[in-house]
Design a protein around this ligand. Structure first.
Ligand code: NAD
Ligand code: DAU
Length: 332
């Protein structure tokens, strides 16, 4: 598997994977990305020209993707509309990219026989009560809440059907919330960091008690590589790092890293249908594929992420006004 095609490689996690592969292996990488509002060529700067190629295009373009599949040994599929709040204000691109796009790639995998890994989310399982002792496992029934998570759930089911019905050589991973550099400022952690840089207090939806299970994007990337190389075809693997934190806790850690009082935030209008808690049991990945996360200190990871946004304003500044204007329309 020397030649990888990475869809959505100009986005947050896809670009992390591209950097991770080029730094830690001898593989070459082609990125296929439409460069929507969420994609940025600045996330793919200074990569080795002899091992990296960028193609701008849409995963729904069957002719383009079938030709690209035929030139590669494996495809890792990150491209998606990824933000829950956007899926509430405008679901159409979520149906198109997440469902029709994944279908188009699966048909290319069927036609070419190329190995396929599908990147998905823990949100397909719905949410948990705060005091539920259970966490999501590979056997948890699907129960998605939002237009975003329902289209990701549908895309997972398409992958499973193409494996069973057509023998496509695919695996699926469902990961928890990622943090790290190069995440769009619409998302929770970068939004609060860049608000604070701009002198604006962080904004917590509802009562701020919702829980997310945080993992550093580099740990997600190392897990995906492990599944690509050693995962069993047709299997699903959950990826997590025991990182459960309430949104209040996360904001307090950001405020502390930026030298501000712990209560220096506002509560704003809640997200409709807001999932309460996600939590991942990643023991299958540990026991079967011998994978472990390396970022265990969330406070240190947040401090490094804060430093990245402080030092890379030219990367995020072009996104900021538009992202905040969208939030202003819904009182967030
Ligand atoms: P992102 O929004 O930062 O990036 C998405 C990328 O896909 C962008 O570069 C965009 O230009 C590209 N894209 C969108 N539509 C396209 C199309 N039709 N054709 C080609 N390219 C297109 O998203 P992200 O946060 O990096 O998420 C990447 C993947 O990981 C998604 O599948 C998401 O569901 C999944 N995921 C994300 C998280 C998280 O915490 N961010 C956690 C688990 C899983
Ligand atoms: O769980 C994996 C998922 O994590 C991925 O599939 C998604 O692509 C990714 O966007 C993320 O979804 P969330 O909805 O959990 O992430 P978001 O960053 O939008 O919000 C995280 C939590 O913070 C959530 O409870 C909503 C809350 N929030 C968010 C914003 C932007 C706030 O309280 N204030 C905010 O300003």
């Amino acid at each position: 598997m020397d030649k990888l095609l990475v869809t959505g490689g100009a986005g947050f996690i896809g670009s992390d994977f591209v950097h991770y592969i080029l730094e830690n292996t001898d593989k070459s990488v082609t990125v296929l990305d439409k460069l929507t509002y969420a994609g940025s060529l600045a996330s793919l700067k200074d990569l080795p020209a002899d091992r990296f190629r960028f193609v701008q295009g849409d995963i729904c373009d069957a002719e383009l993707v079938t030709g690209l599949f035929a030139e590669h040994d494996a495809v890792v599929h990150y491209a998606a509309e990824s933000h829950n709040d956007n899926s509430l204000s405008g679901p159409a691109p979520f149906v198109q990219t997440n469902l029709v796009g994944t279908f188009t790639l699966l048909e290319a995998a069927r036609a070419t026989g190329v190995r396929f890994h599908h990147i998905s989310t823990d949100e397909v399982y719905g949410d948990l009560e705060l005091d539920d002792p259970e966490r999501f496992t590979e056997h948890t029934p699907y129960n998605p809440s939002s237009p975003y998570s329902s289209t990701k759930a549908g895309s997972d089911l398409l992958v499973r059907a193409w494996v069973r019905s057509f023998g496509v050589a695919a695996t699926i991973s469902n990961c928890s919330n990622n943090y790290g550099p190069r995440q769009h400022v619409e998302k929770f952690i970068p939004r609060q960091i860049t608000n604070l840089i701009d002198g604006v207090r962080p904004r917590l939806y509802g009562d701020g008690r919702n829980v997310r299970d945080w993992i550093h994007a580099d740990d997600h990337s190392s897990a995906v590589l492990r599944i690509l190389e050693r995962g069993r075809i047709g299997e699903t693997y959950l990826i997590g790092a025991d990182g459960e934190k309430s949104n209040r806790d996360v904001v307090e850690i950001i405020l502390q890293a930026m030298g501000r009082p712990a209560d220096d935030y506002d509560l704003v209008t809640d997200r409709p249908g807001h999932d309460l808690r996600y939590a991942i049991d990643w023991s299958k990945l540990r026991d079967e594929l011998d994978w472990e996360p390396t970022y265990r200190d969330f406070g240190a990871g947040i401090a490094a992420t804060v430093a990245w946004y402080q030092e890379n304003e030219e990367w995020w500044r072009p996104q900021k006004a538009e992202a905040e204007a969208k939030y202003a329309t819904v009182g967030q």
